[in-house]
Ligand binder design. Structure first.
Ligand code: Q9C
Ligand code: ZN
Length: 678
């Protein structure tokens, strides 16, 4: 459906005319650097370019007072001294004769983006704007912000498009207190912000930026603050990729799915990226591809990002490219660095979860259910065997790449031109496939296929052999980088053996770490090595069991709520901690997943391994299931699940049990600073 890029070069006009060390970082080059890099990468050319228009007086009036709008209007005719004097009446603000025009364009850009998305002209988009908006208030400019672009867009989406649920994700490193104030009593806008806080010692020094500010009146629980405090000894510098991803998986996304937004607005500030002088955080630009990717599973993929802060031009430009790449549907580059959230981040996430728990079902059961030390229902022998020693990085496999701390190491992986190919033994499925998905004709050599099949009785039949040949050919194409992802079908009776062969073939043909997510009745291949190169996760086991840190089974959740907590609370933390370079997802006998659930799982797993995901289906799966998987694997948004039911007590119990077992090894599973005890 396409990605919009909204811009107007007039927005480079506003600039600081006098000496002010605090304000000088907000300069015109921020926009030109971002746009130049988008062009250089060929990303701008792939977007629908929209020219920004000025927001009208009425549109500005959706969130600002008429007096404030006319005050800003009058700055057009002021001289430098008067501008400086007026600027001094606000905190961290400069006015320029072009400010009013630029700020109206910035707000108008957001309106055009929202209109383009909500009329279906595009799927998503980014507005590159200045001045930024999220600090600005009903009658005050603040923190370089004049009009509150994102808040105006949200109010417009409600008023002109009749929306009832809008999620605002503010990943700028500063608290968007302006947005918070404007919607704090409004349950139709869920506002999430993480921000450098340092127990109140970081700008804007507000008590109401802390986790216990959760909204008021009807809006209780619809303001979510995640303050980043001074990192302790375990983490010398600011927050990094693991902290950001953990915050999404364990705080934002559970609430967001429960909220079920119709639109996602992003206050996309990149001062939360590495190198930024304001944020001093550690997250690399690729992290923004992941954050964007994770948000695209919401609201049917209707995501509108608007630039806020971001003052390190190189880091800003790269992070903007990563965001646009993800919006375009390209797979996210793998994250660098150890995926271990720091203690301070975990404390913050835990305190925000605790503050929100009274208002959100998805947080309630999990944090209060006591963890049994020796559960009778979920452990096969009453007590699971000891886990393998060592941390999340397996020693036998090639080590994960070292944390990239230098901006000059940054690079983008070019997206493969062919994103998905489909190998199927049942060709009638092409009817429901998008046109650019390839129906694969190729097959591995007969002799080779037979050699792989030989140890498996169930692969003796001709149909199973044919399907295996096609799967092997597809897998080789993925490992060689010719195609990014794929779907293969196999007769149901041959599913387990085919999966076994796919794992062995993947490992022997270049995969260093292979994640296998097996749904339904699929047993772990008996001869799978315990060398840490394969993480086996069966969803559909009889009971929750961690036979080792690389061999996990959990029952198939019965309700949507349970399915979501399984994905967000178990599958993705394990997957992000493991950092696979190949993902196999198999829908085996009795998987019972409906299309939208399978699509959500596939879409989220696509964030791993650079999108190298091979889905294995039973050949009597419906064409609709194959079609929906093909669409998400090529980058389309999964359909939204709708209102989610609460997880069953059994599902919660299984999750809590596995978390307790696996947390020591898989740090991404942690949701709090303390390992839960009985
Ligand atoms: N060193 C935005 O990012 N100065 N505004 C703080 C602390 C004000 C940031 C000084 C920063 C405003 C949109
Ligand atoms: Zn900022």
């Amino acid at each position: 459906m396409g990605t919009a890029l909204v811009y107007h070069e007039d927005m480079t006009a506003t600039r600081l005319l006098w000496d002010d060390p605090e304000c000088e970082i907000e300069r015109p080059e921020r926009l030109t650097a971002a746009l130049d890099r988008l062009r250089q990468r060929g990303l701008e050319q792939r977007c629908l370019r929209l020219s920004a228009r000025e927001a009208s007086k009425e549109e500005l009036g959706l969130v600002h007072s008429p007096e404030y709008v006319s005050l800003v209007r009058k700055t057009q005719v002021l001289g430098e001294e008067e501008l400086q004097a007026l600027s001094g009446q606000f905190d961290a603000i400069y006015f320029h004769p072009s400010t009013f025009h630029c700020a109206r364009l910035a707000a108008g850009a957001g309106l055009q983006l929202v209109d383009a998305v909500l009329t279906g002209a595009v799927q998503n988009g980014l507005a590159l704007v200045r001045p930024p908006g999220h600090h600005s208030q009903r009658a005050a400019a603040n923190g370089f912000c004049v009009f509150n672009n994102v808040a105006i867009a949200a109010a417009h989406a409600k008023q002109k498009h009749g929306l009832h649920r809008i999620l605002i994700v503010d990943w700028d490193v500063h608290h968007g207190q302006g947005i918070q104030y404007l919607f704090e009593d409004d349950p139709s806008v869920l506002y999430f912000s993480w921000h450098r806080y340092e127990h109140g010692r970081f700008w804007p020094f507000l008590r109401e930026s802390d986790a216990d500010a959760v909204g008021r009146g009807q809006g209780l629980g619809f303001t979510v603050n995640l303050p980043w405090n001074q990192p302790g000894m375990s983490c010398q510098v600011g927050m990094g990729n693991a902290d950001y991803v953990a915050a999404f998986l364990h705080l934002l996304l559970p609430l967001a799915f429960e909220f079920d937004p119709e639109l996602v607005l992003v206050s996309a500030g990149f001062d939360s990226a590495i190198g930024d002088p304001e944020g001093q955080m550690q997250a690399t630009p690729e992290c923004f591809a992941h954050l964007t990717h994770l948000l695209q599973v919401l609201a049917g993929g209707r995501v509108c990002a608007m630039l806020e802060g971001g003052y390190h031009l190189e880091s800003l430009a790269e992070s903007v490219c990563m965001t646009v790449q993800a919006l375009l549907g390209d797979p996210a580059p793998p994250l660098s660095g150890l995926m271990v959230p720091c203690q301070s981040a975990l404390e913050s996430i835990q305190s925000a979860r605790a503050a929100q728990a009274p208002y959100w079902k998805s947080l309630q059961l999990q944090d209060v259910t006591p963890v049994p030390t020796s559960p009778s229902t979920h452990s096969p022998e009453g007590r699971p065997p000891p886990l393998l020693p060592g941390g999340p990085m397996c020693k036998a496999a090639a080590p994960a790449p070292a944390p990239s701390s230098l901006l000059d190491q940054l690079c983008l992986c070019p997206a493969p031109s062919v994103r998905t190919t489909v190998a199927l033994t049942a060709p009638d499925i092409t009817l429901v496939l998008p046109p650019d998905v390839i129906q694969q004709e190729g097959s591995a050599l007969r002799e080779e296929t037979e050699a792989w099949a030989r140890p498996h009785e169930s692969l003796a039949r001709e149909e199973a052999l044919t399907a295996l040949g096609k799967l092997l050919y597809l897998l080789d194409g993925m490992l060689d980088g010719q195609v990014n992802s794929g779907i293969a079908a196999t007769p149901a009776s041959a599913a387990a053996a085919t999966l076994d062969v796919a794992i062995q073939r993947g490992l022997s043909h270049g995969a260093q770490r292979l994640l296998c997510v097996a749904l339904g009745q699929l047993d772990r291949p008996p001869d799978l090595a315990h060398d840490g190169r394969t993480l086996w996760l069966n969803i559909g086991g009889k009971e929750a069991a961690a036979l080792s840190m690389f061999h996990v089974a959990t029952p198939l959740p019965v309700m949507t709520g349970g399915f979501l907590s399984c994905i967000l609370g178990l599958v993705l933390p394990l997957a992000y901690g493991f950092q696979p370079d190949l993902v196999l997802v198999a829908l085996g006998p009795g998987h019972g997943l409906q299309g939208p659930h399978a699509a959500l799982l596939a879409a989220m797993l696509r964030g791993l391994a650079g999108g190298r995901v091979l889905a294995l289906l039973e050949e009597d799966s419906t064409p609709q299931l194959a079609g929906i998987l093909a669409r998400v694997l090529r980058g389309e948004a999964p359909p939204s699940l709708g209102p989610s039911s609460v997880a069953s007590p059994e599902d919660v119990q299984a999750l809590m049990y596995l978390r307790g077992q696996l947390e020591p090894q898989w740090k991404m599973l942690q949701v709090g600073a303390f390992t839960p005890q009985k």
